[in-house]
Design a protein around this ligand. Structure first.
Ligand code: MG
Ligand code: MG
Length: 263
């Protein structure tokens, strides 16, 4: 998210292993927060209440919410419902309804390093199509992570997402992309979710990548609402978003924001 600004200025920073371990701590705070929110989401709760829970937990863990104040973003969480793709603003007035799909994106800064991850949650029961949209989006992220191997290129990640999504009849958002992460929330390289040619950066051990497919049920086209933040699909059809921060290591991908050991 927030990633299409001034791409030329972003350098790719390779991290040492002890830095990756701190980034894992940061990302585990994000992962714990997302798991907590997943358990809390229920019809009737407002997106503002979710924002409060996330911020309180983050502060308890001695981390700083990374999105709050970022270019003036007013919340700690990005909460994007149904046709909202990314960057939805938490609101007391916006209460979740049965059948909504909610994308929650959260980032923190911990010991100077950033963590960034996102999930899409079904609020109670959703339609079969929406269930499939969520499943395919998460699957496309997993397919992308399989390509996080030293020697591969960013294009391998992009193609893995696009192939998985388009085979399923959905589309990938072009206007927003994934990014490197570390001492800044957004570092190089940009990680598009669609093929942009082979001349992309080669993956080296120590790179940390925030890979984040944004997948639309209909057209890939999006627009930004008048609040200046909320990105919605151009055709009003639903959208899903998953994100992991992943380190390239000699032994393959290391998913820093993994929720596997969180219960
Ligand atoms: Mg991100
Ligand atoms: Mg994010």
């Amino acid at each position: 998210m927030f990633s299409s600004d001034n791409p030329g200025a972003k350098v790719i920073v390779v991290k040492k292993y002890d830095e990756i371990l701190i980034m894992q701590e940061a990302n585990q705070i994000v992962a714990q927060t997302l798991t907590m929110l997943q358990k809390t989401v229920t019809p009737g709760i407002s997106t503002w209440e979710l924002d409060r829970l996330a911020e309180d937990y983050c502060k308890k863990m001695k981390a700083i919410p990374a999105f709050k104040g970022y270019r003036g973003f007013p919340g700690s969480l990005c909460v994007s419902i149904n046709e909202e793709v990314v960057h939805g603003i938490p609101s007391r007035k916006r209460k979740l309804k049965k059948g909504d799909i909610l994308s929650v994106d959260f980032g923190v800064c911990y010991k100077g390093y950033f963590g960034d991850s996102a999930i899409t949650i079904a609020v109670d029961r959703v339609s079969l199509d929406e269930e499939r949209l969520i499943t395919v989006t998460e699957k496309s992220l997993n397919k992308a992570i399989e390509k996080v191997v030293a020697g591969n290129r960013i294009a391998d990640i992009s193609c893995a997402v696009q192939r998985c999504v388009e085979e399923s009849g959905f589309s990938v958002v072009r206007q927003f992309v994934g990014h490197g992460i570390g001492l800044s929330l957004h570092e190089g390289p940009e990680i598009p979710n669609f093929h942009q040619g082979e001349h992309t950066a080669r993956l080296l051990p120590g790179m940390v990548l925030a890979i984040e497919p944004m997948v639309n049920m209909g057209t890939h086209r999006v627009k930004v609402l008048r609040d200046g933040w909320t990105v919605v699909t151009a055709d009003g059809k639903p959208s899903a978003h998953f994100e992991h921060s992943v380190a390239v290591t000699e032994d393959g991908p290391m998913i820093l924001s993994s929720r596997e050991n969180i219960h």
